[in-house]
Ligand binder design. Structure first.
Ligand code: 5RP
Length: 221
């Protein structure tokens, strides 16, 4: 295992401390979330089940024998554990590198606490170096792209990709996101946008950051 994967695995294991006995756990998508699923399998007898943020995550949970529960049959989630493509010290994130941003945002909205697990390369001073994913209804692709240009970005359609919801992803390059809360509203208000991969209005509550010195815990002020 390479160094970066070892850090992802370390933060994934550390996130188990936030999982309450007999609870339903919200589970994110991506390589770091995969390490969390593998760790969760070790304590599966202690939890009631999990809500998945993607079909891929649901399949991995099931492979481990973890019960997957529909979000609509759950009234509360104590914790949602997921990775990020970029995160600031204020806990605003870019997510959606794996294309699961819409379901991730929904599950995160239900959870009382968002625990972000990431290796140290994900911590940035300003969001935007990682292209911002925007999930769009297919017929709105060109219109939304033009709106992204007006915002100063360079939109690129994610080739050969369809989300779990049957939509497209536009990756917006070249943005320097100084006010992620405002930009999240602005992009979400464009007709045809399903979800923007900015998680600023509901940021993470805890960041478990894996670096050379081990796992560092940062909390939202
Ligand atoms: C998927 C996501 C992931 O959390 C994000 O892409 C980080 O992935 P990884 O853990 O593989 O670096 O938002 O939609």
């Amino acid at each position: 295992m390479n160094e970066q994967d070892a850090r992802k695995q370390a933060v994934a294991k550390a996130a188990l401390a936030y999982v309450e006995d007999d609870s339903i756990v919200g589970v994110g998508t991506g390589s770091t979330a995969d390490f969390f699923i593998d760790a969760l399998a070790g304590i599966k007898g202690r939890i009631a089940g999990a809500v998945a943020s993607s079909e891929k995550t649901a399949a991995r949970l099931q492979q481990h024998g973890i019960r997957v529960v529909e979000l609509n049959s759950v009234s509360e989630l104590t914790v949602y554990v997921d990775g990020a493509d970029e995160i600031t010290e204020h806990m605003a994130m870019i997510k959606g590198g794996g294309g699961a941003l819409t379901r991730e945002k929904i599950v995160a909205a239900v959870a009382q606490r968002f625990v972000c697990i990431a290796d140290a390369s994900k911590l940035v001073p300003v969001l935007g170096k990682f292209p911002l994913p925007v999930e769009v209804i297919p017929m709105a692709q060109s219109y939304v792209g033009r709106q992204m240009v007006k915002l100063g970005g360079m939109p690129r359609l994610r080739q050969g990709f369809s989300t779990d919801n049957g939509n497209l992803i536009i990756d917006v390059h070249g943005l320097s996101i100084v006010d992620p809360v405002a930009l999240e509203s602005r992009i979400n208000n464009i007709a045809g946008v399903v979800t923007v991969g900015l998680f600023a209005q509901r940021p993470a509550d805890v960041l478990l950051l894996g670096g050379a010195e081990g796992v560092r815990t940062l909390r939202r002020a």
